[in-house]
Ligand binder design. Structure first.
Ligand code: NAD
Length: 493
């Protein structure tokens, strides 16, 4: 069973070694609509044995199959075909996202387009990446740096942006010549099914791309399997730390895209109305469930109260409802446990800061996992609500004495994923950006750009995704020193 507008040929199967197979334990994962709380889909749940089989297939395909030895140009060509096929299923990918996590249709278009773009852009690296690079031989006649696939990749994604995140992991792995086991979040398995279906049609060799849908226990088995060379993980910092420990035991490679608690520094030249509009609406995007979300607004102390009032006014005007309803600006949280998590943080915030607006489930909605946009003011930056990732529509307003104090507060965090400076002065924005310990910063908003490296400082992660830099974690670098120069034919292989 799949939601309306999404057609999956084998939802009760897993994709292992080039075939659709029934899960060993006969397990089923239910997909619950956060708008209605109804079950809208069911897919297979993989067992430990299924996971082991998928890893063995990927290992076999890497060690003995043609894929790692296929020319990068050809690998890129096949990934480009996959990109085209997936783009043709954009409407389904959008519906899958809306039904599984309650995203708004307008944003569904954007996140799906980003996933499609990632596939297409990364495919082109097959052609342009320096796979074999000649360097000047100082002690030898000829010297080369070659870049080879890192091996068998475990690709583990969260539920908030399942297509775009998996697109990056799959596209980089394939172009690099790796083989891969996809493990999507149990709440959002449909996008990975669509990727597997289209990969099958493109005709990648058996075992190159596998799909096992599963929860924590079976996922844990995946990362512990010694046949996995690299874990590419996007998710919470708690699970990221665990993965780093497990991989550390056997020096397996890992890249981690983790949580955030990003700061927006408001400068004095930025008007109260504009700041309120920007901050009050940004926090409602995907109900605040975006890793890069600007959740701490650091504002000049003398304007704190007027900003609190203006942001509250914007938040109170936000239309909350079923994500497919006309004019809705704030849909539900993605799941029951997410709603409970946010409610827990709001309860904690009431004890240490001023609740200006929100903090309740909207009175007019008696079904679905909805939460009002919520503003806490006079927040102490060392408090739980300012330090921990809430992943809901909850904004903390933090007063700062001056610019230096604002930067200090912004950096007083275990996270460092994103950030913003609200100002009309590009010089000031750049100067402040250089002082913020974070992986990406935009002037006047939560900005991102395709192809630019994305990732975290500190506990927001290790490694970068996006553009050419994003391919580096999927290759091993080898230096070859020769007494003679090999033929062009050999070098071109
Ligand atoms: P999560 O860490 O609970 O789960 C992420 C994935 O890891 C899921 O597929 C889950 O099944 C799997 N998993 C859980 N335990 C595991 C284990 N022991 N071994 C292997 N896999 C395991 O995170 P979530 O709730 O799905 O997603 C929300 C989090 O993701 C937030 O913290 C958010 O900031 C983060 N996120 C980060 C980025 C980024 O690019 N930095 C992007 C999106 C989301």
């Amino acid at each position: 069973m799949t939601p309306d507008g999404v057609t999956i040929a084998h939802p009760d199967h897993l994709f292992i070694d080039g075939s659709w197979v029934k899960p060993g334990g006969g397990g089923v994962i239910e997909i619950v609509s956060p708008n209605t709380e109804d079950v809208v889909g069911r897919v297979a749940e993989g067992s430990a044995e299924d996971m082991d089989r998928a890893v063995a297939a990927a290992r076999q395909a890497f060690d003995h199959g043609p894929w790692p030895r296929t020319h990068p140009r050809e690998r890129g060509r096949m990934v480009a075909q996959l990109a085209e096929r997936l783009a043709a299923r954009s409407a389904e990918l959008e519906n899958a996202w809306i039904e599984q996590i309650g995203g708004l249709p307008g944003m569904a278009k954007g996140v799906t387009a980003s996933g499609n773009r990632a596939f297409a852009d990364i495919a082109r690296l097959g052609e342009s990446y320096p796979w074999v690079e000649e360097v000047k031989g100082e002690t030898v006649a000829a010297a080369y740096i070659v870049r080879e696939p890192v091996g068998v990749v475990a690709a583990i994604a969260p539920w908030n942006s399942p297509y775009m995140i998996m697109a990056n992991k799959v596209a980089y792995s394939l172009v690099a010549g790796c083989t891969i086991v996809m493990k999507p979040s149990p709440e959002t398995p449909l996008e990975a099914y669509i990727i597997a279906e289209e990969a099958e049609k493109v005709g990648f060799p058996p075992g190159v791309l596998n799909l096992v849908t599963a929860g924590r226990e079976v996922a844990d088995r995946l990362i512990r399997n010694p046949a996995i060379d690299k874990v590419s993980f996007t998710g919470s910092t708690a699970v990221g730390k665990h993965i780093a420990q497990v991989c550390g035991e056997r020096i397996a490679r890992y890249s981690l895209e983790l949580g955030g608690k990003s700061a927006a520094i408001v400068r004095d030249d930025y008007s109260t109305q504009d700041a309120a509009q920007l901050l009050g609406t940004t926090i409602t995007r995907l109900s605040g469930q975006i890793c890069a979300m600007l959740t701490r607004a650091i504002v000049p102390a003398h304007r704190h109260d007027e900003l609190a009032e203006a942001i509250a006014k914007v938040m109170e005007g936000v239309k909350i409802g079923h994500s497919r309803d006309e004019g809705v600006e704030l849909g539900p949280l993605a799941m029951q446990r997410q709603l409970e998590r946010v409610e827990g943080y709001i309860a904690a915030g009431r004890n240490c800061a001023d609740l200006v607006t929100g903090g309740k489930r909207p009175a007019h909605l008696n079904k679905g996992f909805f939460m009002e946009p919520t503003l806490f003011a006079n927040v102490d930056n060392t408090s739980t609500i300012a330090q921990e990732e809430i992943f809901g529509p909850v904004l903390c307003l933090i007063p700062a004495k001056d610019e230096e104090d604002a930067i200090r507060i912004a950096n007083e965090s275990n996270f460092g994923l994103h950030g913003s400076v609200l100002t009309h002065d590009a010089d000031a924005a750049f100067r402040i950006a250089r002082q913020m310990r974070t992986g990406m910063i935009g002037q006047n908003g939560m900005r991102t750009q395709p192809g630019m490296p994305f990732g975290g400082f500190k506990q927001s992660g290790i490694g970068r995704e996006g553009g050419r830099e994003g391919l580096a974690p999927y290759v091993e670098t080898k230096s070859i020193l020769l007494d003679g120069t090999p033929s062009d034919a050999v070098l071109a292989q």
